[in-house]
Ligand binder design. Structure first.
Ligand code: R1P
Ligand code: URA
Length: 290
């Protein structure tokens, strides 16, 4: 079925509405970062850049790294932006923009998020790197899509809900697993692994108390003490759950690698977060180009 122009929106040059690129500008490997300034921190390592675009907080560079074609794109902060960027990138790959028809040949994308995050365990120091073996969605985005239960893990979710006494005024937490093939590529003795919790904000939703008290005020203690078999929650950020959920529902691969810039248990922040992130970028690029 073709799509109305109000649903699949194109700009005058044929590029897609927010991401502002056309299908030929998208590589099969897509690195997502939150911060628009981080796009150039990634693409500065490319052999060459074939295309650059930007609109709002979404900046895109496509090029090659050691001969492997990659796109790096900023999403801005939060799962609401992930909904926009992932829907549009999937459309560029799998919908004929001229007719609005879904293409018969599925094109699979590999998404790797290179982000920053706060540790929820004392033994995960600032300046270390954590891969989300799972994304724990405290944000609610995935519930807006039919069939999302198929990619979730209700047994672990139920254990989490009961452990933290999760309020039914908030959306049900959801858990989605990372791509096993990307895990094989990106994991090493230089990375740690665990559940990455995704919040719908940076302050109250991550238990930070400035002038307004979070509800519950001790949410982080429950996250830190949760365990299910060998799984524990290692870190907090704002995008991974939606990336894992949407990518899996769409049939793509996704992995989230985060530089730990804060340790919430020890109350510490990195002395040099930019160097930590830059080192993570080179690490990830090298492993993706192998
Ligand atoms: C908050 O400071 C932002 O930093 C983290 C969070 O997920 C949120 O987007 O990631 P990025 O550094 O990739 O933006
Ligand atoms: N990003 C987050 O979302 N939380 C942190 O504590 C650090 C980075």
């Amino acid at each position: 079925m073709s799509k109305a122009s109000s649903e699949l929106i194109l700009n005058a040059d044929g590029s897609i509405y927010h991401c502002n690129i056309r299908p030929e500008h998208l590589a099969d490997i897509v690195i997502t970062v939150g911060d628009p300034n981080r796009v150039e921190r990634v693409s500065q390592h490319f052999d060459s850049i074939e295309h650059k675009a930007s609109k709002r907080e979404i900046v895109t560079h496509t090029g090659t790294y050691k001969g492997t074609r990659m796109t790096v794109i900023s999403t801005g902060m939060g799962t609401d932006n992930i909904d926009i960027v992932f829907s549009e990138l999937d459309a560029l790959a799998n919908i004929d923009l001229a007719t609005g028809e879904i293409k018969s040949d599925f094109r699979k994308l590999s998404f790797v998020r290179l982000g920053t995050s706060g540790a929820l365990q004392a033994d995960i120091p600032v300046d270390s790197y954590v891969i989300g073996s799972h994304g724990l969605g405290l944000d609610g985005l995935l519930h807006y899509y039919k069939g999302s239960e198929d990619v979730m893990m209700p047994e672990v979710e139920d254990a989490f809900i009961s452990h933290v006494n999760w309020s039914d005024k908030k959306s049900r937490p959801y858990l989605v697993e990372a791509s096993a093939s990307l895990m094989n590529k990106l994991a090493s003795d230089q990375t740690k692994q665990g559940i990455t919790a995704t919040a719908c904000g940076f302050y109250g939703p991550q238990g930070r108390f400035l002038r307004l008290e979070p509800n519950p005020s001790d949410i982080n203690e429950y996250l830190t003490s949760f365990s299910y078999n060998d799984l524990r929650i290692t870190n907090f950020e704002m995008e991974t759950s939606a990336i894992y959920g949407l990518a899996k529902m769409m049939g793509h691969e996704a992995l989230s690698l985060n530089a730990i810039v804060a340790n919430r248990i020890l109350g510490e922040f990195s002395q040099d977060p930019y160097t930590t992130v830059d080192n993570m970028i080179v690490y990830a690029l090298d492993r993706l180009a192998l």
